[in-house]
Design a protein around this ligand. Structure first.
Ligand code: SF4
Length: 417
């Protein structure tokens, strides 16, 4: 297929595909799908080999958010029966993080619900980062605390954060249909603040909220423009009790096409399969590892993932390997650029912190992204076009696969890692 040959060549050269090429990936047929995966796999292997980076989410503060992100089980007015708790103490968070690291995670993603942190929250998270780094040598820490005010990204970096996650989630044109309490521009601003402070920026999207192919391409092009080092791709978990509970628009094939499009547009960045992996890719998860080079280990913010050991078995069975702590995630050109940016932000010191960033990776993506992992869209007004009827009809509501998290952080039960 000429399209795929062109996309592979461009991906190997880090050249931006045209919008038409990106849209054409989303429009490929099921007969072409394995060719699409194989082509995206060539680009993935060029920049990341057969390595899979594992990330571990710690939900520092769950639920009770004043924002109204429609996809989110923690949103204002959510009826989802999720765990609700206020800030974990630094030692509690560190204990949860240690379980993830013991399970093979290289990065810990510290996420808190809310519009954005107060300066006191930033200090609190700083103490948590310190505790985690003391107990887990070499671990990368990404913070995901919502919208940042001036100076907060710098303080997080000084406290030892390597990265900051804040997802764009969807296109600018549809953003208002998803959230009314903050804007797309607010989100872009926070990603730029993280960048400017020398933090590795992690920013991604949520697919399955009723958006069009054009919306998906728009948000991925915006992410490339922002030059995030990692792009978490969330697949909407339609939580009962949220406005998007009925948005079951994804099939495993659609998820694979979306991941491939992201890989072609952002060839040399960490593409992470984030929330919704088990729910929407289902038995196609190992196939997706040919495209993405990163996943979350174990559970998500408010929902349970498959057993951590099942994640590890899947990686081994599919012929991939868990990325070790001593390996730099990003290709050399990106790691060097990040280290240089960190040095500039730190006043030219070439600090260790920036080197750590370089070795990295999102929701969290998961970040608020990973909020995203647990949060979702509103079906509000501005609204995304309905999903293609054929896709929607092909997929059933798999509420049987959605389990609210009842273990790990905020409970007395051991975490899944
Ligand atoms: S995504 Fe983040 S800001 Fe939005 S409702 Fe959920 S927790 Fe709040």
């Amino acid at each position: 297929m000429d399209l795929l040959n062109t996309l592979v060549e461009k991906g190997l050269r880090r050249e931006l595909p045209t919008r038409e090429e990106a849209l054409a990936v989303l429009a490929t047929s099921d007969d072409e799908l394995l060719d699409v995966v194989a082509a995206a796999g060539k680009v993935r292997r060029q920049w990341f080999g057969r390595r899979v980076k594992l990330n571990y989410l710690v939900n520092l503060k769950s639920g009770l958010c004043p924002e109204d992100c429609s996809y989110c089980s923690q949103r204002l007015g959510s009826k989802a029966e999720i765990l609700k708790y206020t800030w974990l103490k630094p030692d509690e968070a560190s204990q949860a993080a240690a379980a993830g690291v013991a399970g093979g995670a290289k990065r810990v993603c510290l996420v808190a619900s809310g519009r954005g942190p107060t300066d006191r929250d930033v200090e609190r998270v700083g103490r948590t980062i310190e505790a985690i780094k003391e107990q887990n040598e070499g671990v990368e820490v990404c913070a995901c605390l919502g919208l940042l005010s001036d100076g907060q990204a710098e303080r997080l970096r000084e406290a030892g954060a390597d990265a900051y996650n804040h997802n764009l989630n969807t296109s600018e044109a549809t953003y208002e249909g998803i959230t009314k309490t903050h804007t797309y521009a607010d989100r872009v601003d926070t990603v730029q603040k993280a960048h400017a402070a020398g933090l590795s920026a992690c920013s991604g999207l949520i697919a399955g909220m009723g958006e069009t192919d054009e919306d998906l391409v728009d948000v991925v092009y915006a992410l490339r423009e922002l030059d995030s080092d990692s792009v978490p791709v969330n697949f909407l978990i339609p939580f009962e009790g949220t406005p998007l509970a009925k948005e079951w628009n994804l099939t495993p094939q659609r998820c694979l096409r979306i991941l491939a499009m992201v890989r072609f547009v952002c060839p040399d960045v960490e593409v992470r399969i984030a929330g919704g992996r088990e729910v929407h890719l289902r038995s196609m998860q190992p196939v997706a590892l040919n495209i993405a080079n990163s996943i979350f280990l174990g559970d998500y913010l408010t929902s349970e993932g498959q057993a951590g050991q099942a994640d590890l078995d899947m990686i081994a069975d599919a012929g991939f390997e868990v990325e070790g702590a001593g390996t730099t995630t990003l290709p050399a050109h990106r790691a060097d650029a990040l280290a240089a940016a960190g040095a500039v932000a730190a006043g030219g010191c070439g600090s260790q912190a920036s080197a750590g960033c370089g070795s990295h990776d999102a929701a969290e993506g998961a970040g608020c992204g990973s909020h995203a992992g647990g949060c979702g869209p509103c079906g509000g007004h501005a609204v995304p076009e309905p999903a293609e009827p054929a896709e929607a009809a092909a997929n059933q509501a798999r509420t049987d696969l959605v389990a609210v998290r009842r273990r790990g952080a905020g409970t007395d039960l051991a975490p899944n890692a």
